[in-house]
Structures are given as structure tokens and as C-alpha cells.
Ligand binder design. Sequence first.
Ligand SMILES: *[C@@H]1O[C@H](CO)[C@@H](O)[C@H](O)[C@H]1NC(C)=O
Ligand SMILES: *[C@@H]1O[C@H](CO)[C@@H](O)[C@H](O)[C@H]1NC(C)=O
Ligand SMILES: *[C@@H]1O[C@H](CO)[C@@H](O)[C@H](O)[C@H]1NC(C)=O
Ligand SMILES: *[C@@H]1O[C@H](CO)[C@@H](O)[C@H](O)[C@H]1NC(C)=O
Ligand SMILES: *[C@@H]1O[C@H](CO)[C@@H](O)[C@H](O)[C@H]1NC(C)=O
Length: 409
Amino acid sequence: MRKRVSAASYYLMLTSFIFVVCFLAFINYQHLGVTHSSILPKFSISRASQQQVSHANDAENTNNNTFKNLNKKTNQIDLSNQSSSDALKIILLWSTWSSTMADEPLVKARCPVTSCIFTADMSLIHQSDVVVLYVDTLTDFPLNRRPHQRFVFAQLESPDNTKMATINDPRLRYDYFNWTMTYRRDSDIFLRDYYGSVIKTNHYSKLNTAKISNISQEMTALIRGKSKLVAWFVAHCSTPIRREEYVRQLSDFVTVDIYGRCGKDCPSNCDDLLRTDYKFYLAFENSWCPDYITEKFIRPLVYDSVPIVLGGANYSHFAPPHSYINARDFDSPKELADYLILLDKSDDLYARYFDWKRDHDITLLDLSGWCDLCEMAHDDTLPAKTYRDIKQWWMLDDGECETDSNKYF
Ligand SMILES: *[C@@H]1O[C@H](CO)[C@@H](O)[C@H](O)[C@H]1NC(C)=O
Ligand SMILES: *[C@@H]1O[C@H](CO)[C@@H](O)[C@H](O)[C@H]1NC(C)=O
Ligand SMILES: *[C@@H]1O[C@H](CO)[C@@H](O)[C@H](O)[C@H]1NC(C)=O
Ligand SMILES: *[C@@H]1O[C@H](CO)[C@@H](O)[C@H](O)[C@H]1NC(C)=O
Ligand SMILES: *[C@@H]1O[C@H](CO)[C@@H](O)[C@H](O)[C@H]1NC(C)=O
């Protein structure tokens, strides 16, 4: 009986909540002077209310420098002349992304073209040139659009972790997206963002020989100080691809120290520990998908350890030769272990795994994809484009992940 009462009052509360939110949304649209209801985005009620609430919360946070900057820039836009290619382009980040990006990624990345504004202000839907939809965080999506607008499929998680309910929605799946922006190299916009990147430079050519020999000496000292073999920092203890089983088999032959949720705590800073103590780091991805290489790979490169990779990407497209060891180049965990033992015995052989540092740098945050997006938003010569079936592109065809690791170990 008590349960029924509480369920009833719950529904009453929910109904009034939805009513209030719809009312606020209505006021909001009136305020924008949008009168033709046919051009309003159509949401399902409950989803729309969530979004409107978070939008309202964002609006309260205007006491913020970035936000002030955003408002200032937005006011400069001549909304009547959007076709001009040098006008500021509005890139709307639909869904729950940070609303305070403004032109920050473009400035940070020193993009050649910076005349774009990133905003999460959904009232700008009809003024936007580009609408970025990050599928995993979508709670709703716009259904009415202007022909010149590009709707962008954005994804940084692998297909294995993509929200199926969203991508299966036929309204979103078919003839909806114009561009793709993902970690896959065949995307319209290739984005690595917080996964980081190895970047080619002519670093060493600018240094004099004294300095270079100094760096080599420091490196030699660092390598001599490393007394342990393999570290693994891990949070997901069990994965469909069974990477943990590979680690178990490997640890029959060499010591693997496991830290994090599936092992022990780092005594102090994990990254420092990696630099001072460990020769190798297991950069095993939790799903094996084309081009899917996360920050797990970039971190050990920064912290002077050699990544041992296991994943679905062709790593040679992402890092120079001899900067990592690919477990899949070995017939078994035992063969890999034998190779690690060989390198452990020879500082010279091991040191060669750092030669790439002479002409490469690492960036932990690679924002160049955002530059490309802004540039493309300005390029009026780009033809119209629509993805007939985004699921086909993302998870079938060229995007398919490996699900069976039995043949490897
Ligand atoms: C301003 O934005 C930053 C993120 O860009 C956030 O960390 C900070 O809390 C915000 N400040 C206010 C007052 O909302
Ligand atoms: C748009 O702006 C450009 C350059 O600022 C100008 O040449 C053009 O006449 C404008 N078009 C309209 C329709 O106002
Ligand atoms: C070499 O490194 C030491 C200590 O790391 C530093 O004091 C010295 O100035 C460096 N020499 C050169 C030529 O960079
Ligand atoms: C990886 O890419 C390189 C360079 O394009 C190519 O030579 C190599 O065959 C590829 N490896 C695999 C396993 O596909
Ligand atoms: C974007 O896709 C929509 C839906 O298929 C299409 O109507 C529109 O012409 C496309 N726009 C561009 C600029 O490619």
C-alpha cells in the first residue's frame, strides 16, 4: 500500500516537473522570437526536458571568463550574412559537452583558422553551420535542419562501447550525418584529442652536440636506474577480448606488476614510478578496433618506458618504428617474454627504443582535429555529403572490431 502511494506521488511529481520544464522551454523559444513551430527541433518530451534543465543550469554559470568571451564573440556575429566564408562560424556542440569551449581549442592548438566559436547554447541551432553530436552522450537530437548545416558524428569510444540504442535509432542511423569526426583515420575529421599523438619534429637538429650528448647521458642513467621489468596500470579487470588472460600467461615467464583497481596501489605517483623503475608498460586496449589507440599508448612514451601494445590498430600509422613492441608480432606470450628478457640483459639494445625521441615529440592533447573542423566549416567548396547508414560505416564495413582473441594466445 505504501509503495503504491509513493509510486503515485512519484508520477505526480514527474508530470508536474515535465510540465514546468515544457513551459520554461516554451518561454525560452518565445524569447528567441521563433514563431514557426515547424522549424523547432522535435524532441521526445522527457529527453528534451533533461536537456533544457541542464541548459538552464549552464546559463546560470555566466560569471566565467570563457563564457564572457563566448558571449562577446557571439554578439559580433552578423546573423543575416552567414554565407560569407570569412564570417565567424558557429559550431554547436549538441548534448552534454562543456559549454565553455568557445574558441579555446583553436587558440590552444594554434590553429591556422580560428574564426569559429564552439558553443553548447542550443538556442543557436538554426544559426549554426556545424552541429557536433557526440553519440555516447546524446539524450536527444535535432530533427529539423537547414540544408547548409553539417551534422557531425563524433565518437572517441570504440564501437564496442557505443550506445547501441542511440545508433540503432533509424532517425539518427540513416541519412542523418554529413561528416564523421572520430579517431579513425578515414573519418572526415580525424580527431585524437585526449588520446594524444606522436608528432614528427626536427627537435635534435636545433641542439648542439654537447646538449645532445648530455641528453644521451641522462637517458643512459635513467635506463641503468630501471630495476623492474613490466608494469600495468589497469582499471577494467576483465574484458571481452581477454587481455587479462594474455597478461596472466605473460606473467608465467616475467614479473608483471599490476597497479590500479585490479592490482595494488602505486606507492606514490604512478607516472614517476613508471619513469624511474620500469622498462616496459603494457598498453593493452580493452577492445581491438581499427585505429583504436588510446592514451594508454602515449603515456609510457612520455614517461620514458617502452609500451608493449596489443590492439586492433596498425600502430605503424601512429608512431615511429622501434618506439613500441607489438605483442601480436610474437607467436605467444612466452616468445614475447623471451624478447623482453633479452632486452633486459642489454642496455644498448633497450636504449634503441628511445632513438625516436631525437626527431619526434609527444602531445598528450592533440587538438588538431578541431582546427580541421573549423577550416572545413569555412570551406564553401566542399560538396554536400550524407552517410546513408552511419552504423554500417562505424561498426560494420571498415570499422569492425575483433571479438575473438583465441587464435593469438
Ligand atoms: C568556468 O569554466 C571553467 C571550465 O572552463 C570551470 O572550471 C569553472 O568552474 C567555471 N567557473 C564558473 C564560475 O562557472
Ligand atoms: C556578406 O558579407 C560580405 C563580406 O562581408 C559582403 O561582400 C556581402 O555583400 C554580404 N552579403 C549580404 C547578403 O549581405
Ligand atoms: C647537462 O646536464 C646537467 C644536469 O642535468 C646540466 O647542469 C648541464 O648544464 C647540462 N649541460 C648542457 C651542455 O646542456
Ligand atoms: C601496417 O601498415 C604498414 C604501412 O602502411 C603496412 O606496410 C603493413 O603491412 C601494415 N600491417 C598490417 C598488419 O596490416
Ligand atoms: C546533410 O545531410 C542532410 C540529410 O541527408 C542533407 O539533406 C543535406 O543536404 C546535407 N548537407 C550538406 C551540406 O552536406
